[in-house]
Ligand binder design. Structure first.
Ligand code: SF4
Length: 185
């Protein structure tokens, strides 16, 4: 119970944040959502238009695809917690700048430390490098489990990329399935 209150208190603080310039363009701060006791946390890049409008992560077409892939991988959206590397929408859906990622990173790491999952899936190169500070392409990292602060991080494709390149869908499912299997170890 205590940790749910700690997460809520942190998320309330994030909602008032003006630490980087992205706060100027946002409609809503997308702090994240899901099971606060999740063993599996997913980290995306940042809110898009639908997410900015609703204040919820992954609610557009990419979100629907992610939900379907989670199901195929043997889990569900209700069982995981979904976060983003930046909580406010970059204008025109541009990539978050390094200084914006750096400003928001302490929130991401604190949220992860409170939720305390054993496995984290990073969706796309931006989320992966925001968390791990690795500049390697996602194609060389995906499918592996990287140790980070006593947890295992499984990098994979961002669902928005899979929407543009549908033949990569099975690899996203495969990586999510691998992450689910790691939970059982
Ligand atoms: Fe604050 Fe993060 Fe939003 Fe920047 S993106 S204003 S650091 S919550």
């Amino acid at each position: 119970m205590r940790h749910i209150q700690a997460l809520e208190a942190l998320n309330t603080r994030i909602e008032a944040c003006t630490r980087c310039q992205l706060h100027e363009w946002r409609t809503n701060v997308v702090v994240g959502e899901g099971n606060p006791r999740a063993d599996l946390v997913l980290v995306g890049e940042g809110p898009g238009q639908n997410e900015d409008e609703t204040g919820r992560p992954f609610v557009g077409r990419a979100g629907k695809l992610l939900n379907a892939c989670l199901k195929e991988a043997g889990t569900s959206r209700k069982r995981v917690y979904i976060l983003n590397a930046v909580k406010c929408r970059p204008p025109s859906n541009r990539k978050p700048e390094p200084k914006e990622l750096a400003a928001c990173r302490p929130y991401l790491t604190k949220q992860i430390s409170i939720i305390a999952p054993s496995v984290i899936v990073t969706l796309g190169a931006t989320a992966t490098s925001a968390l791990l500070h690795l500049g390697w392409p996602i194609s060389s990292l995906r499918g592996s489990a990287i140790e980070w602060k006593g947890k295992l991080v499984v990098p994979t494709w961002h669902p928005a990329y899979v929407l543009r390149t549908p033949h990569e869908r099975e690899k996203l499912v495969e990586d999510l399935r691998y992450a689910v299997q790691l939970l059982a170890r």
